[in-house]
Design a protein around this ligand. Structure first.
Ligand code: C2E
Ligand code: MG
Ligand code: MG
Length: 583
């Protein structure tokens, strides 16, 4: 056989062509099988919307009889799409860049699903775009989940900021509103009036007619209050029968007085609830920003003090705050004088209350709580004398004595070989601002010999937020020494979460107010849950204050709270009694 035989040459060239075709088919099959392995639909579309290639996932969405154009397959249309969404073919050709679009598509003509499609250009050698390759991902489930999450977050927010019984804003939202309103009023040189309102003898109604009637009454009171006010005013329920009203854009006290009169009058009208006709009245305390105080805590406290005065005046009336109201139960001057000598006379002493680990039931710490055996022998609770000690500065020497006493006591217990746990000591705002606080505490630890890890300082949120940079410095110093730091009464102040993260803290104590009715008050339940997860996110231990029942304990435990304090485990008691029971 000769090579230049034309027949032989033809056969050879046919063979080569077959082999080349085979190689092309192999390559195409290989490519197809790779594309089929991808779970997301892939399509190659040319400039005329013709689909040249698609993988198995894309084929699944093709109904029989469709023409092989993207608009027919994706949307069942016989013409290219216009208007209702970005056309990836036209967009990619126009921009020569990838685009990403989200669009809806009907599967099997009935089921609507959402796809996220990324389309990229396919270039010829001369640089022109001959088509696109698009990869789509079915995001229907993701979008549904996101929607559900958004709805549940909105619901949580709503619950966390509203009182479940009346639908009014709760304490959290009230504080929020005041935080916004105060700076605004300063800018515009307005005043704000805060009305603290408490129903008279509400407890009697609850006790005699039952809680359901009590609840109904609170709902109607809420409505009547709203009806007395302007849209821009706020009425919130703090809990129980306590309401707070914020009147914005006040120019003079008498405008607030007018509203008080209106409220007293409407609440004095009888309430018809089912078969009952109920009469009640209210006592209102009024404070004005900026006249009485410059901060949220302050205006609320002033209005509260004024409300107590209104109660003392025989109820069904209102009182405007006056400075001397802060100590309504005592003659302030008298108290101040006795209090000055109280520490030296040995009238101040400490009680100790256990802090408990909820999993093991074991003691993990104790809190020192100050007591005052007054000049007449009566026991005065700290809520009555600590604020006076604060205002007058007596807290500085008194607080130092409390720190010394607590640290010495704990060292003594540890030396006796009992259980060694940290002692928690409360620091008030004034003490926390004391310039020599670090030196004082260092020296007390040295003198008593108590290792710093056996001391925890309890500080309230509002006190920490006053001068954030300073707070961070002081806390960091204590932290470096090994002293524990707990935020006390968490939830009642208005911490900025941004700052909370910056403070070197160990523990967050949930205020008793929220624990008290945790089982019946859905909002408090939500708040407690949020605080627990917040603490965990910040890597802090979380302790619930004021746990009085097993039900509260079990509920908190279920929510992930790991520590508790309360009458359920032990009331605050004298040192000897504490050691006997717990150490
Ligand atoms: P706190 O630091 O939040 O202390 C816890 C308060 O809750 C204590 O009230 C305690 O007796 C009370 N408590 C504990 N468990 C329960 C419970 O199950 N039910 C109820 N209803 N109450 C419970 P206490 O001793 O009257 O102290 C009140 C506040 O006075 C303290 O609140 C703290 O802020 C302040 N305080 C007490 N001692 C000192 C002190 O030495 N220095 C300073 N600066 N403040 C102190
Ligand atoms: Mg405390
Ligand atoms: Mg507390």
């Amino acid at each position: 056989m000769r090579d230049d035989d034309p027949i032989n040459a033809l056969t050879a060239s046919n063979q080569e062509r077959d082999q080349a075709q085979q190689a092309l088919d192999d390559e195409r099959n290989f490519l197809q099988s790779v594309l089929d392995g991808v779970q997301d639909p892939i399509k190659v579309v040319d400039r005329d919307y013709q689909i040249l290639l698609m993988n198995r996932a894309a084929m699944q969405n093709v109904s029989s009889g469709s023409s092989m154009t993207c608009h027919s397959i994706n949307y069942g249309r016989d013409k290219p799409c216009t208007g209702d969404h970005v056309c990836p073919v036209r967009q990619v050709i126009a921009t020569r860049k990838s685009v990403q679009i989200t669009h809806e598509m009907y599967i099997n003509d009935t089921e609507k699903r959402f796809f996220e499609t990324k389309a990229s250009p396919l270039f010829k050698d001369d640089g022109s775009v001959w088509g696109i390759i698009e990869v789509s991902r079915d995001i229907t489930i993701r979008l549904e989940m996101e929607e559900k999450l958004r709805a549940s977050e909105a619901k949580q927010r709503e619950l966390a900021h509203h009182d479940a019984l009346t639908g009014l804003p709760n304490r959290l939202m009230l504080v929020d509103r005041l935080n916004q309103a105060l700076p605004k009023a300063s800018r515009h040189h307005h005043k704000i009036a805060v009305l603290f309102l408490d129903l008279d003898k509400f407890k009697n109604i609850n006790d005699t007619l039952g809680h359901d009637v009590g609840d109904d009454l609170l709902r109607v009171v809420a409505q009547r209050l709203k009806d007395c006010l302007r849209e821009s005013d706020t009425v919130a329920r703090l809990g129980g029968d306590e309401f707070v009203v914020i009147l914005e854009e006040i120019h003079h006290q008498h405008e607030a007085v007018k509203v008080c009169r209106k409220i007293l009058e409407t609440l004095y009208q009888p309430f018809f609830l089912g078969e009952h006709e109920i009469s009640t009245s209210a006592s209102i305390g009024v404070s004005l920003f900026p006249d009485d105080s410059h901060d949220v805590d302050g205006v609320l406290k002033c209005a509260d003090s004024a409300m107590y005065r209104a109660k003392e005046q025989g109820r069904n009336n209102f009182q405007i705050f006056e400075t001397e109201m802060h100590t309504s139960a005592f003659d302030r001057i008298l108290m101040e004088n006795s209090l000055r000598q109280a520490t030296e006379r040995g009238e101040i002493f400490l009680h100790y209350q256990p802090l408990i680990d909820l999993t093991s039931g074991k003691l993990i710490g104790c809190e020192a709580l100050a007591r005052w055996r007054g000049p007449d022998g009566e026991l005065i609770p700290p809520a009555a004398f600590i604020p006076v000690a604060e205002e007058t500065g007596i807290i500085i020497p008194m607080g130092k004595w409390i720190l010394q006493k607590g640290c010495r006591q704990n060292k003594e217990w540890i030396d006796k070989g009992g259980k060694a746990v940290p002692i928690s000591i409360n620091l008030s705002a004034r003490q926390f601002k004391q310039h020599d606080l670090i030196e004082m505490i260092t020296s007390i630890l040295q003198k008593t010999g108590l290792p710093p890890r056996y001391l925890t300082l309890e500080i309230t949120e509002s006190c920490m937020m006053e001068d954030v940079d300073d707070t961070i410095n002081v806390l960091q110093h204590f932290h470096d020494m090994g002293i524990g730091i707990a935020i006390d009464d968490f939830g009642t102040g208005y911490s900025s979460l941004r700052y909370l993260q910056k403070f070197p803290l160990n523990m967050l104590k949930i205020d008793r107010e929220f624990v008290k009715d945790i089982l019946s008050n859905e909002a408090n339940h939500t708040i407690v849950q949020a605080v627990i997860s917040l603490a965990h996110n910040l890597g802090l231990a979380v302790l619930a204050e004021g746990v009085e029942t097993v039900e509260q304990q079990d509920f908190l435990k279920k929510k992930g709270c790991e520590q508790a304090q309360g009458f359920l485990y032990g009331r605050p008691v004298e040192a000897a009694q504490f050691a006997e029971k717990w150490l």
